[in-house]
Design a protein around this ligand. Structure first.
Ligand SMILES: NC(=O)c1ccc[n+]([C@@H]2O[C@H](COP(=O)([O-])OP(=O)(O)OC[C@H]3O[C@@H](n4cnc5c(N)ncnc54)[C@H](OP(=O)(O)O)[C@@H]3O)[C@@H](O)[C@H]2O)c1
Length: 293
């Protein structure tokens, strides 16, 4: 099929992610229009065949925005609102469910057919068969543009009609990232203090993450059933390990302040009677704000 027959796409926002998205559409033969607040970022894409819109209201075809936040998206689309009536609009920024609901209400108010999306990978993974994107909102938009949406990633999922579902999963799944990365970063410090490279840890950390992957279904089952009584690893076991975190912190002169919230969580779980329960019982403590918060 030639580019002539492919769905025209407009990509609004050409940061690291938006540029990768536009490039994927160009590579797949779609007629692509691009817009960015800082126009210079359009140049490499125009050199590859994209049209450069001078303002967001020159959008054509399927409109895909990839700005930093919903507020940024609203600020950019605001002046172009009149052109969105009847048009399919997909937003791919990160944000909260409340932000998604506000965005959906705004899009609805201007007659746009709205799909909220989240991309769960890095720009270099855009276009790969395994790259996950999920969407919620207007099912008809998802169905009509599925082939086009799959250009950004082969693992393309529709979550449901509530427009904030994608943002909800985005935040629920994404919440693991910072604690996991901080743990990795902290782990490199005592190694480097001993003259060992961070790279020496990678193979073992990857195995560690694989182990975590493998036990998630077990924890999910415990959480869904509310039965924490047959633990592979108990809250008490993790609390015993807390002392080792502090010992290593002192020995290697590390900033271990960030551990305190986790250790406090473990103690509150013990106080609530979960000491001998599975570590997934922390979920019960996390359901409500900490005392005094
Ligand atoms: N990068 C990743 O690994 C990754 C992965 C998954 C999801 N995401 C999500 O994708 C979205 C974009 O990320 P990114 O990595 O592309 O960020 P980025 O490189 O920082 O680019 C941000 C983009 O938003 C534009 N922008 C921000 N505020 C604006 C405003 N008020 N008015 C107009 N334009 C504005 C920027 O325009 P200028 O060029 O003019 O500054 C730029 O095009 C974010 O929500 C991010 O969470 C990113």
């Amino acid at each position: 099929m030639t580019g002539h027959h492919r769905t025209p796409v407009t990509v609004v926002g050409l940061g690291s992610m938006g540029s990768a998205l536009a490039e994927a559409f160009i590579g797949a033969g779609h007629p692509v229009t691009v817009w960015n607040r800082t126009p210079a970022k359009a140049a490499p894409l125009v050199a590859k065949g994209a049209e450069h819109a001078r303002s967001a209201d020159e959008a054509s075809g399927l409109v895909i925005t990839c700005l930093t936040t919903y507020d940024d998206t609203l600020a950019v689309l605001g002046p172009a609102a009149a052109t969105l009536d009847g048009r399919a609009l997909v937003t791919l920024n990160s944000g909260s469910p409340a932000g998604a609901r506000e965005m959906a209400a705004w899009a609805d108010g201007h007659g746009a057919r709205y799909l909220d999306g989240a991309i769960k990978n890095v720009p270099s993974a855009v276009g790969a068969e395994s790259t996950l994107l999920y969407y919620s909102g207007d099912r008809a938009v998802f169905d009509e543009f599925l082939q086009t949406l799959r250009v950004m990633g082969g693992d393309t999922v529709y979550l449901g009609a509530a427009p904030d579902l994608a943002a909800l999963y985005e935040m629920a799944v994404g919440g693991t990232l910072l604690p996991a990365l901080v743990g990795f970063f902290q782990g490199t410090a005592p190694l480097q203090a001993r003259g060992l490279e961070a790279a020496s840890m990678v193979r073992f950390s990857v195995k560690w993450f694989e182990m975590i992957n493998s036990i998630l279904p077990v924890f999910a089952q415990e959480i869904d059933s509310g039965d924490y009584s047959d633990p592979a690893s108990s809250v008490n076991l993790f609390l015993a390990g807390a002392a080792h975190d502090e010992e290593l912190g002192t020995e290697a002169n590390l900033d271990v302040e960030w551990h305190k919230g986790f250790h406090d969580l473990l103690r509150r779980a013990v106080d609530a009677g979960h000491g001998d329960h599975s570590i997934s019982a922390l979920t019960e403590v996390l359901r409500t704000p900490a005392p005094g918060a």
